[in-house]
Design a protein around this ligand. Structure first.
Ligand SMILES: Nc1ncnc2c1ncn2[C@@H]1O[C@H](COP(=O)(O)OP(=O)(O)OP(=O)(O)O)[C@@H](O)[C@H]1O
Length: 701
């Protein structure tokens, strides 16, 4: 059914505003009402930091590297949810009685910046203001994640543009994306045309997807289930497009998703440029960065010449006492600066023009660099992780008549705060106290009742197009190169139409076959193990947040659950794998609950250095030889909370290569949903079943 474009855009605008409010409310509420330690546990803050180095980064920004204070033992940072690109405030850590007052002022007083690098032992922040001083070297510091309204502004500008567009301005692509035109059918002839592949290893489903994307006129979806080589396929598609003389804009929701493509494309000698702040790019990608190229390419020499001249003039001002002479030099400097900017603009434009492939985040595509650029195709990787409005930034900026989306709508969509936050009085209060500028911005926007038929934020463009045009616009990649066949079977049958095939090289790989010595044990020869904790001895607990009490808590903290006995099984199982010779670095433990994650970290981090622990959501896109999943939920009410989301379970169960160990209460979990029921049944029938013995667990120190 066709969608009315202005109505759709209006709905999106109001949903985005609600989302911004929820995000601001949550951050404000949390930072205002919770102790720093609680914020740290929720993954929103890091405490006890010191400044380990300070330097000037690209664009003259001050970079602060923060690591754990040696007074608290230094070493690895605790688990946290900070990611490159997050906006944070850094300030002196509040002490004792000052705490509450200090926290409330954090956003105003602390220096603000962007996280540019996250390492095990340090986080690097680029301060926002060029001349920002930042904290002193001796201070004990903490940092807190802030709401990001910069992102919001660009999203709402894009949707406003779509809302105000005259119908005569709609491109055929836009009409197809809203179901007002049908996609041009692709002929069999085009699909079977002979091709010269750059990559001879492509499997049939990958080749089909590329042929289809090349032949499609307006839109093509490449559906890539876990481990099926989505990015691999996109690289070949990009090369094929460039060979056909087409100009391509390639985007992804995160810097890492884009860098991943730049890295793989760079061995192919395609003229390409990566937009984006160099401080946020992977080091290996920098020599394709527009900012860096502007300073280092041949053309950049003419810019550098002027820079030298300007520097000379500047120092001559300092030497001159004569007012008239000074004025003359100032005048010359002004002209030089203008000339400098003009030349730099030309260098940038030339670099962009000569690039057949331009890569940026979806957000970055909305910057001024692409204002006058035209592309033939826009490709979005990890499209099911992007908000629809984000995709529109790249569609409108590219002016391209054709869109290719790659993704998997059965893994987790982007996180939407406004869906989760039940408004409490406290959060409404926090809502009102948002900074004036943002508040004014929010107040300007229409907020009305949304008709769900006009879309929700959670519905990604990928989802919506599948619903709109069905399978005729998609091709699925079906050979997966990650999981043992037994690990793949359940997700394949229940989510991927039984179409997944395990590649020869991976289908029978077990831990005992790892390329280093691993003993053959009951655990290392099993691809799927299920520790069933049913029986009522493994009850969950709701995380006791003593400091703030239950009332003012945000959904994030309120939902936190722990299951101590399950944690003990995790320790037992991980211990056995390591004892058999599996390296801790090859094992990950994931769980849906932050509370459980904190408990597991306490229990396992020191005991098994190198072991990776994380939330399921944070592990999307990753893989490990062995993955242990602690499901946590175990209660007489059979409540499963957000385990009910099958896309989250899908992510959890499709991370391992050789060994999946699930720990959960089949009685509680099995009643959570149809999907959970069939998963529990599958595990009971096909996994190596274990029933834990409490006394044994308690004995295990
Ligand atoms: N045709 C192929 N032949 C052999 N190996 C392949 C092929 N296609 C992909 N792979 C391998 O499969 C793995 C996953 O590929 P890639 O990273 O491109 O997948 P992806 O779909 O982007 O990842 P994810 O599943 O995390 O989304 C890589 O190790 C890649 O080398």
């Amino acid at each position: 059914m066709a969608t009315d474009i202005p109505t759709f855009a209006t709905t999106q605008l109001s949903l985005l505003t609600t989302e911004l409010r929820a995000e601001l409310a949550e951050t404000h509420l949390l930072t205002a009402t919770h102790a720093p330690t609680v914020l740290q546990r929720a993954g929103l803050a890091l405490l006890n930091l010191t400044l380990s180095s300070q330097r000037t980064g690209f664009g003259g920004k001050t970079l602060l590297e923060l690591s754990l204070d040696s007074a608290v033992g230094g070493g690895e940072l605790p688990e946290h949810g900070l990611r490159t690109g997050d906006i944070v405030a850094v300030a002196e850590q509040p002490k004792g009685a000052e705490r509450k007052r200090e926290r409330e002022g954090m956003e105003k007083r602390g220096a603000q910046g962007v996280v540019t690098r996250v390492q095990r032992e340090a986080v690097t922040i680029a301060l926002d203001k060029d001349d920002a001083e930042g904290p002193g070297g001796n201070d004990k510091l903490w940092l807190v994640k802030l709401a990001n309204d910069v992102t919001h502004k660009r999203l709402s500008q894009t949707m406003t543009r779509l809302q105000k567009m005259q119908s005569s301005e709609y491109s055929t692509l836009t009409l197809v994306l809203f179901g007002q035109s049908s996609p041009t059918p692709v002929s069999e002839e085009e699909l079977s045309a002979s091709m010269e592949w750059n990559d001879s290893s492509l499997n049939d489903s990958q080749q089909d997807a590329i042929r289809f994307a090349l032949a499609s006129r307006e839109v093509a979806l490449i559906w890539g289930p876990p481990g099926t080589g989505k990015t691999h396929t996109l690289i070949e598609l990009i090369l094929q497009l460039v060979n056909r003389g087409q100009r391509v804009l390639v985007c992804g929701p995160s810097n890492i998703s884009v860098d991943n493509i730049v890295e793989r494309l760079s061995s192919h000698k395609v003229p390409m440029v990566r937009l984006g702040h160099p401080a946020r790019l992977l080091p290996g990608v920098l020599n394709h960065s527009l900012d860096v190229l502007t300073k280092t390419s041949d053309a950049a020499a003419i810019v550098t010449d002027i820079r030298t001249e300007m520097d000379a003039k500047q120092s001559s001002i300092r030497k001159t006492r004569n007012g008239r002479e000074r004025r003359v030099i100032y005048g010359e400097l002004r002209d030089l600066r203008k000339e400098y900017r003009d030349r730099e603009d030309r260098v940038v434009t030339d670099l962009l023009r000569s690039s057949k492939v331009v890569l940026s985040t979806l957000h970055g595509a909305g910057g001024y660099h692409l204002k006058n650029e035209k592309f033939d195709v826009v490709i979005v990787d990890e499209a099911s992780q992007a908000l629809e409005a984000q995709c529109w930034i790249s569609v409108l900026a590219s002016g391209a008549p054709k869109l290719v989306l790659a993704g998997d709508h059965l893994q987790l969509p982007p996180t939407i705060k406004s869906l989760n936050s039940k408004k409490t009085k406290a959060s409404q209060k926090a809502d009102k106290s948002v900074t004036d500028e943002v508040a004014a911005d929010v107040a300007d926007m229409p907020l009305q009742q949304c008709d769900p038929s006009n879309g929700t934020l959670e519905t990604t463009l990928f989802d919506r197009l599948l619903a709109l045009h069905g399978n005729s616009i998609r091709r699925m990649l079906t050979t997966q190169y990650r999981m043992h066949e037994a690990i793949m079977t359940f997700p394949s049958q229940t989510l991927y139409e039984s179409k997944l095939i395990a590649a020869e090289a991976v289908k029978a790989r077990l831990l005992k076959d790892l390329p280093y010595t691993v003993r053959d044990t009951d655990d290392t020869r099993e691809p799927v193990v299920f520790w069933d904790t049913q029986g009522g001895d493994f009850g969950e607990k709701t995380e006791d947040d003593a400091e703030s009490g239950a009332k003012g808590r945000s959904s994030l903290l309120a939902e936190s659950k722990v299951n101590e006995h399950e944690a003990a099984i995790v320790r037992l199982h991980v211990g056995r794998l390591i004892e058999a010779g599996v390296k801790p670095e090859d094992i990950a433990v994931v769980t849906p609950y932050n509370g459980q994650l904190a408990l597991l970290s306490q229990l396992l981090k020191d005991k098994f250095p190198g072991l990776e622990l994380g939330s399921i959501d944070g592990f999307q896109g990753r893989e490990k030889e062995a993955v242990v999943v602690s499901l946590v939920r175990s209660n007489v009410e059979h409540e499963v909370g957000f385990l009910g989301e099958k896309r989250r379970l899908n992510v959890a169960m499709t991370r391992p290569k050789r060994h999946l160990c699930v720990i959960g209460d089949s009685e509680t979990v099995g009643r959570g949903s149809k999907f959970l029921k069939s998963w529990m049944e599958f595990l009971e029938e096909h996994a190596d079943l274990r029933y834990p013995d409490l006394s044994e667990l308690q004995g295990d120190g």
